[in-house]
Design a protein around this ligand. Structure first.
Ligand code: FEO
Ligand code: CA
Ligand code: CA
Ligand code: CA
Length: 625
């Protein structure tokens, strides 16, 4: 059976290959309407009575930037195209940890030519870092970080194209992914991993997990190995992250579908597999050597993935918990905040073309020091509907509204969203909540299928509302302000904080919004995090060819947006070939840790490329955020 070469393509490209865009479409008229600049501009509405309310250049037509009031503590840097990291003058960076670095003294050192060993990988830092959070645990600084996926050719350099040939190969790949938890300390040589710290831990594709919430124990989650449907192994494609007010880490399972395949080519896929992109061929060949991933033998195993998983970083022996109340889809991150009355609100994106944006609101309120064990189990899941007039609403995914029972809503969450008419989005990536005012932002990274093709559930994708451009290769950031300044409110106002674009190539809507200039161009916003001052750190995962549509944008990068003025400034650039993803601050906020995923020849051009976390500080030791 054919295995797609995941070394060379991204996960969304993999799904696209399996479900090609039709040559001709029903949406041609919509495309024509959307690319008309006039049509675009008049179709958008800023918050309230006008852009002045937001004070930002949300769209080109909605007002001028409030320049001069910017709060950037750095001189923006130029776009770069080389193979290293760049930061502004007065800042410095250093690698904290790279794929294969031992977390325990019994792991062998990384071999520059051959990488990790089958026995050592599970005791070492994994590959392809993504979302991360730093926790202050009784004065110990502990980072939890995702290892989203594995490049087969890098992990198995001795095999042709890295194709797994044995169960040992598969285990090694499985051990390079999941999550790492480890203590860090700042010493004379800067930040370093504390080897053998009691906090250090690797969570992999085989770590025991508990399944909790409305889907736990459902017949579709039961397997031969776990007839209870409540105990699974492993967490998969851990992409974005989140943190709770009670000090736990949330890791989000994104493209979990790619790990499952069938050894029986005649196997008929169960209902619901198509919507989630679960196909007969996998991206890793796990199914050939590990029957758990063979859907012809274990058709319910994929129902046990696609969730948000809660991990206690203070206890390396704790069992991670899959929180099915937060829905099952290709989770990007889980941004947690509190409603006005103290209930827990979690914003959640489903990163696939034309999928939805979700919100969870707990039944009970969070009380510091109180029992938090059920706060992510008992609550209501909602999906976003955006209206053309700049308002929107959260639609509750209830049995009455969806025609599905409670458990099925949390297993086939995408189908539930379709049932209530949710708005198809341009690939919702990270959501970030502003700590200085009641508003939230979501990066809509890009969507070449916008106004070209329906989503996998058949929902149309017109170029309207917060997704206004057909064949959207650049992406945008939508923000919303909930009614009554309460994240639990069911209505909100929205606008676009920025539309990425290229003002040197285009003069229409694809030039981007007014806060995009030749000096700060970027495409495909993805990771986002607010700092304590209310500045929005934006990371990109896009086309770094620096040619054509993307000329002048350079490598993937990290920018800072000032929500008050609308201005955006480039802070950092990553090595060519890499995505900049994951950011967290040290407790004293003098260091910003940033992830470099899938670099081409970084940090050592002579060795295998290694995804790494870098620590960025100001040379004068002042706070960063
Ligand atoms: Fe793993 Fe949607 O990024
Ligand atoms: Ca991402
Ligand atoms: Ca992305
Ligand atoms: Ca990625």
């Amino acid at each position: 059976m054919k295995r797609f070469n995941i070394n060379k393509i991204s996960w969304d490209e993999l799904d696209e290959l399996r479900r090609p865009t039709p040559e001709t479409t029903d949406f041609d008229r919509v495309v024509q309407a959307a690319v008309s600049r006039r049509g675009f501009l008049t179709g958008l509405v800023a918050f309230g009575s006008g852009a002045a309310v937001m004070g930002a250049g949300a769209v080109r037509a909605s007002g001028e930037l409030k320049q001069g009031a910017a709060r950037f503590a750095f001189t923006p840097i130029a776009a770069q195209t080389d193979f290293t990291v760049h930061v502004p003058e007065g800042y410095e960076w250093k690698v904290l940890a790279s794929w294969g670095d031992p977390l325990f003294s019994d792991a062998p050192a990384f071999d520059p030519a051959n990488g990790t060993t089958p026995e050592g990988q599970v005791r070492a830092f994994g590959e392809n870092t993504d979302g991360m959070e730093l926790f202050d645990i009784d004065g110990h600084e502990v980072i939890a970080v995702n290892h989203e996926y594995a490049n087969l050719d890098i992990n198995l350099p001795q095999n042709d194209e890295g194709t797994p040939l044995s169960v040992t190969d598969v285990r090694k790949i499985q051990d390079a992914q999941g999550v790492a938890v480890f203590e860090v300390k700042e010493g004379e040589n800067g930040w370093e991993v504390v080897i053998d710290s009691p906090f250090n831990r690797r969570i992999t594709h085989n770590t025991p997990m508990r399944i909790a919430g409305p889907a736990a124990g459902h017949a579709l989650l039961r397997t031969e190995a776990d007839p209870s449907g409540t105990e699974s192994l492993g967490t998969f494609n851990n992409c974005g992250a989140g943190r709770t007010p009670w000090g736990t880490y949330l890791t989000c399972e994104e493209n979990f579908n790619g790990y499952f395949g069938s050894t029986d080519e005649a196997f008929e896929r169960p209902e619901g597999f198509a919507r989630y992109g679960i196909e007969l061929e996998s991206g890793y060949d796990y199914e050939k050597f590990d029957p758990r991933f063979d859907i012809s033998r274990n058709p319910n195993e994929p129902h046990r993935a696609g969730y948000v998983v809660e991990i206690d970083p203070s206890d390396a022996a704790s069992t991670p918990v899959k929180r099915t109340a937060l829905g099952r889809f290709k989770h990007e991150n889980a941004e947690v905040t509190l409603a006005a009355d103290g209930r827990v609100v979690v914003y959640l994106g489903d990163d696939e073309r034309g999928e939805f944006l979700y919100r969870y609101v707990s039944d009970d309120v969070y009380v510091e020091g109180g029992d938090t064990s059920g706060l992510l189990d008992a609550g209501q899941l909602y999906v976003a509907k955006f209206h053309e007039d700049g308002t929107g609403e959260w639609l509750a995914l209830t049995p009455e509204a969806t025609g599905m029972d409670r458990a099925m809503i949390h297993i086939h969450t995408r189908q539930a969203g379709s049932a209530v008419g949710a708005t198809t989005m341009d690939r919702p990536e990270w959501v970030a909540v502003n700590p200085t005012r009641v508003e939230a932002y979501c990066a809509l990274t890009n969507n070449k299928n916008r106004a070209v093709k329906a989503n996998a559930g058949g929902d149309e994708t017109p170029a309207t509302g917060p997704n206004p451009r057909a064949e959207n290769n650049y992406g945008q950031i939508v923000r919303w302000r909930p009614e009554n300044e309460d994240h639990a409110a069911d209505r909100f106002d929205w606008d676009l904080y920025v539309m990425a674009g290229n003002p040197e190539v285009h003069a229409d809507a694809y030039a981007g919004s007014t806060n995009v200039t030749p000096g700060n161009m970027f495409n495909s916003p993805d990771g986002m995090k607010f700092d304590s001052r209310g500045m929005l750190w934006i990371q990109t995962d896009g086309d770094d060819s620096n040619e054509g549509e993307f000329a002048g944008m350079g490598n993937n990068q990290m920018l800072v947006g000032d929500p008050a003025s609308g201005e955006i400034a480039r802070f950092m650039t990553g090595p060519k070939g890499s995505e900049v993803t994951g950011a967290t601050f040290s407790t004293d906020r003098r260091t910003l840790f940033v992830g470099i995923q899938h670099p081409e020849n970084f940090p050592d051009p002579e060795a295998l490329p290694r995804s790494s976390i870098v620590a960025i500080r100001r040379a004068d030791g002042a706070e960063i955020g």
